[in-house]
Design a protein around this ligand. Sequence first.
Ligand code: TYM
Length: 334
Amino acid sequence: MTKKDLVFSGVQPTGNLHLGNYLGALKNFVSLQKKKECIYCVVDLHAITIFQKPEELRNNVLETVASFIATGLDPNKSVIFNQSSVSGHSELAWILNCVSKIGWLNRMTQFKDKAGTDKEKASVGLYIYPNLMAADILLYKATHVPVGADQKQHLELARDIAQKFNNDFKCKDFFPIPEPLIPKNISRVMSLRDGTKKMSKSEDSDYSRINLKDSADEISKKIKKAKSDSQVIPDNLKELEGKPEALNLLTIYSEISKISLEKIINEMAGKEYSHLKLRLSELLISEITPVGKEIVKLLEDKSHLTKILKKGKEKASIIAEENLKNIREKVGLI
Ligand code: TYM
């Protein structure tokens, strides 16, 4: 990365954040803020593509800010704000709706998953959601976007849209082509109940995920109940093929302990998964419960969280307005 780099990412305020968000995104956000100019956005406009109860949405936005701070984001270093407070996101999204192509959107697998079998009933917002995501990134001319692997396809679309805008309006290099920053070792944390599905807020069973606000007791119960494998831990990675739940537990353990998968396998080969689960529970409890307690503490002072958003909005608006002025000019809007 160079000096002119700008990091942007977003998180939806749809309730309790979980271990997938933490390992796939938030930890990366925190390490990037030490080196780069970073903008982190609570994407409330994305959340409403699926109906949200207004009071819950308001609380969830504040809880997401609290989660950002509790995991180590510093509002004096990173810009933290909510998407709807900077109207440029919606304005640029409209312009990009006119640049992006229906064929591109039709390929988005997340829409297919979220809309389910009855696509006619999904909101139009859900369908054009990836264009808004491109607008989030391009509004700040962000160069790097830390996300989990599930957002890779959306990032590729944002890159295509940036490229097409630069071509259509004959302004080479106007929008930088944003680079995804996807964690290498654990790009996709999987559900504790089904290792073929990602850990997600929308899965019905709370036993499928570790929430940042879970108590020590809940964490150990969830890990104890997590699907693993009836055989012992093998002595090589190849034998984990076709055992996604076992691989997921080992990968989470590796990520948090900072010990390589190979070393863990060498050390634990021949042992029951209950051995791994015990060690994993201990590690998760010591890493996650302090974050959860801090979230709860921060939520006691909502006005402090609102002030963080206001300050972030002011900083974000300055960059957004300047860029929008140039974007309007490129498009020919007076
Ligand atoms: P969202 O809110 O679903 O998730 C926030 C971040 O957490 C990552 N993540 C995961 N990583 C690994 N394993 C998992 N199981 C897992 N679940 C979630 C996501 O990849 C994401 O990085 N569309 C985005 C939000 C967004 C955005 C943006 C992101 C809106 N505009 C612009 C980047 C740039 C979303 O719904 O993330």
